[in-house]
Design a protein around this ligand. Structure first.
Ligand code: MN
Ligand code: MN
Length: 320
């Protein structure tokens, strides 16, 4: 039986091998009461915001599957998240593939239950529109900083007429709704052809720090970490990782691939560099299993989720 102080552990791999058992995030127990956890791992199986190749709705299930490769302790920082915090799989948000507004409300309601219980959400999408309803809960007491890994700025205005809610628009909406502070927002890895020459005007004119991939490669991951820390400062910050920020050689299973990205190791280095920031939540989005026959993109997603979990656990423990 669990009491409220129990620190959940992954299934013992010497008792049930890692290829066995029912797949949950990190092989942790499935817990339904957010009051029992400090960090809630949550799936958001929803890709109704996708503008091109759909499939990220299948992300949570495959990320759970590949997360069976994760062990308990980070090999560099030696952070042991399951000893620092109560972490469990809170299951999936119930989504509606035919009703965007209803689904966004359901995502926000789920996240509000988690946050009101004192827990920090770490979710697996789903496409990048999922981050908007999450931020509506995370930032309900005021705008947060945003550490945004992506090939795309996701600050376009509308698609296919006047549709405001797509995976190409969440961070413009988040600024308009007062959920993120654009001057405490940094986007890392932006590249690829754009619809028009003015596409980046919103991000740039609102003071977001945009590190295009060309600047990224001139700086290198360590200098980018310094810049992230300068932009974010001491205030609360949310980390969102769109796996298409990474080169599609490593993450082919995604809806909107763009060549010329950073590699998986540099992605890990940058997340590790967030240790010590006041992180209040995170997500990994845009893993699209139909385009991922080897499962490697879901493995990347699961590994980045573990990396983010470690820095979130460290931040949560330091807040006491
Ligand atoms: Mn994105
Ligand atoms: Mn993207």
């Amino acid at each position: 039986m669990s009491d409220s102080s129990e620190k959940f552990q992954p299934i013992d791999a010497s008792a049930m091998p890692r290829f066995g058992g029912m797949p949950t995030f990190m092989r942790l127990p499935h817990v339904t009461d957010p009051a029992l956890v400090d960090i809630a791992l949550i799936g958001i199986p929803w890709d109704a915001g996708t503008t091109n190749r759909a499939g990220a709705r299948h992300g949570p299930r495959e990320i759970r599957n590949q997360s069976s490769f994760m062990r308990a302790v980070h090999h560099v920082s030696r952070i042991a998240p399951y000893d620092l915090c109560r972490v469990a799989d809170l299951g999936d948000v119930e989504t509606n593939p035919f009703d965007m507004i209803d689904t966004m409300d359901q995502i926000t309601a789920f996240m509000n239950r988690v946050i009101d219980a004192g827990a920090v959400p770490l979710s697996a999408g789903g496409d990048h529109l999922c981050s908007l309803p999450v931020l509506r809960a995370v930032a309900k007491n005021g705008p947060v900083g945003l550490i945004h890994f992506d090939a795309h700025s996701d600050t376009n205005d509308t698609y296919f007429g006047d549709n405001k809610y797509t995976h190409g628009t969440p961070f413009r909406r988040a600024v308009e709704e007062g959920l993120i502070d654009p001057k405490r927002t940094i986007q890392i890895g932006i590249r690829g052809s754009i619809y028009g020459a003015e596409d980046m005007a919103f991000a740039e004119q609102n003071g977001m720090r945009v590190i295009y991939i060309e600047e990224y490669f001139k700086m290198g991951a360590d200098k980018v970490v310094e810049e992230i820390r300068r932009v974010i400062g001491d205030g609360p910050a949310y980390v969102t990782f769109d796996v298409d920020g990474i080169d599609p050689a490593y993450t082919p299973g995604t809806g909107t691939p763009e060549i010329g990205g950073y590699n998986t190791y540099d992605a890990q280095v940058m997340i590790r560099g967030l240790q010590g920031l006041n992180l209040v939540g995170g997500d990994v989005v845009e893993v699209a299993p139909p385009f991922d026959p080897s499962g490697t993109t879901a493995l990347v997603g699961a590994t980045l989720m573990f990396e983010i979990l470690c820095v979130l656990a460290d931040a949560h423990a330091k807040r006491g």
